[in-house]
Design a protein around this ligand. Structure first.
Ligand code: SF4
Ligand code: SF4
Length: 388
């Protein structure tokens, strides 16, 4: 049995049309997903996070709706992912989302879901809007990963409310080397029962800024872990991934990184080359594309920083491009869809020992935020959370 792809046909068709059009136009490098980071502050302090370590004066800033729309127009990607920080702390987020939906962009609003139920009425359901809920495991594992008890229960409650309100809902899970494959599969089972559209997975990779540097995955650990997680997948499990990316995670298919596939825009400008590496910023998307030494990134480049990377944002664009623009990729997807994956016949790489989760959950770890005076709505919400 092969895992099912959980993306609506209209979105698949839009992406396929976009990829083929870029190819026909002879565009060698094109973006697929704009990673729009309208703020860095958050109401959690996860150990693997590389965003919330910025100084307070940076954490206080928001991208304006106008800046967001300008970035979206410049980039032209059909999908806009809004990570953070926590986007629901942005006072103009409903306006930003409405503007993107009006532009017929497929929006993935990534949230830890703490504020989702409270803010749900500000977001009319649309085929262009998906809430992507951060969930890194079953209850004990997720609460440990986000360094705070009770967040899993909040996320599950918010998922149910959003599904009931008629929203598209996915989950996004970043898995580190202490993830237990059996418990991750339990999470898939639990999520499948909630009526979500699909799940997204990515191996955690080195953010230089993240406080926990011990638990990022090496490449053989990633392959070993994902083969265990994804072996004999159940029909109810739906993933928001190309089948080729899932094969890549299991070590059955080779993908090079496409660092321009998911360009990142935030208050500093366009980040070079990807959201994990901070190697400067460009003022415009055109400058990003023309001034970045793209050949210096990806595994084949020999760049040490990219050696073990198998993250979703760098490799999914390659998988999508291969699916829609090469016969080899397309036929592989057809074969996977009809006959399933053959990874069970291949030997597993030596598994790495799985250390127990070591994060401590303490209020002193929680990010204390000073917000600007004019941002009162966020201030009260964040203070309430900090006090809880
Ligand atoms: S939820 Fe965690 S990983 Fe996401 S932005 Fe907040 S602190 Fe970072
Ligand atoms: S391989 Fe790609 S996504 Fe990974 S760190 Fe390098 S440039 Fe970024």
């Amino acid at each position: 049995m092969e895992a099912t792809v959980g993306v609506p046909l209209s979105q698949m068709w839009t992406v396929a049309k976009y990829v083929v059009t870029q190819r026909l136009k002879g565009v060698k490098r094109y973006p697929l997903v704009l990673m729009l980071e309208p703020l860095f502050r958050c109401n959690l302090a996860c150990a693997g996070c590389g965003k919330i370590q910025f100084p307070a004066n940076i954490l206080k800033q928001n991208l304006s709706p106008e800046k967001c729309f300008q970035a979206v127009e410049e980039c032209g990607a059909p999908i806009v992912s809004i990570p953070g920080g926590e986007p629901l702390l942005h006072p103009q987020m409903p306006e930003i989302v409405a503007g993107l939906v009006a532009r017929k962009k497929f929006v993935y609003l990534c949230t830890n879901a703490i504020l989702l139920e409270k803010h749900l009425e500000n977001y009319p359901p649309s085929k262009y809007l998906t809430f992507s809920i951060h969930l890194d495991g079953i209850k004990e594992d997720h609460d440990a990963a986000v360094c705070r008890e009770g967040i899993y229960d909040k996320a599950i409650s918010a998922i149910k409310a959003a599904v009931k309100a008629g929203h598209r809902v996915t989950t996004n899970s970043t898995l580190f080397n202490n993830a237990d494959p059996e418990r991750v599969r339990q999470m898939f089972d639990q999520l499948a029962e909630l009526g979500i559209e699909s799940m997204m997975l990515s191996p955690g990779y080195q953010y230089e800024k993240a406080p926990d540097q011990e638990h990022f995955l090496k490449r053989n650990q990633t392959v070993s872990m994902f083969r265990r997680i994804l072996s004999a997948p159940k029909k109810a499990w739906k993933f928001n991934h190309s089948p080729l990316f899932l094969e890549f995670l299991k070590g059955n298919w080779e993908l090079e990184c496409t660092p321009w596939g998911n360009p990142t825009y935030n208050i500093f400008g366009w980040q070079k080359p990807c959201y994990l590496l901070e190697e400067g910023y460009a003022e415009t998307f055109e400058e990003l594309m023309s001034s970045t030494s793209w050949e210096a990134y990806g595994r084949k480049s020999g760049n040490e920083k990219c050696r073990d990377c198998m993250v979703h944002c760098g490799h999914e664009p390659t998988a999508v491009d291969q699916t829609f623009s090469s016969w080899k990729g397309f036929m592989k997807v057809v074969s996977l869809t009809l006959f399933g994956s053959k990874d069970n016949q291949q030997p597993l790489p030596t598994p790495e020992p799985i250390p127990a989760p070591h994060y401590t959950v303490s209020d002193s770890d929680l990010y204390q935020l000073e917000l600007p005076a004019e941002d009162e709505s966020c201030e009260s919400e964040t203070e309430a959370l900090v006090e809880r």
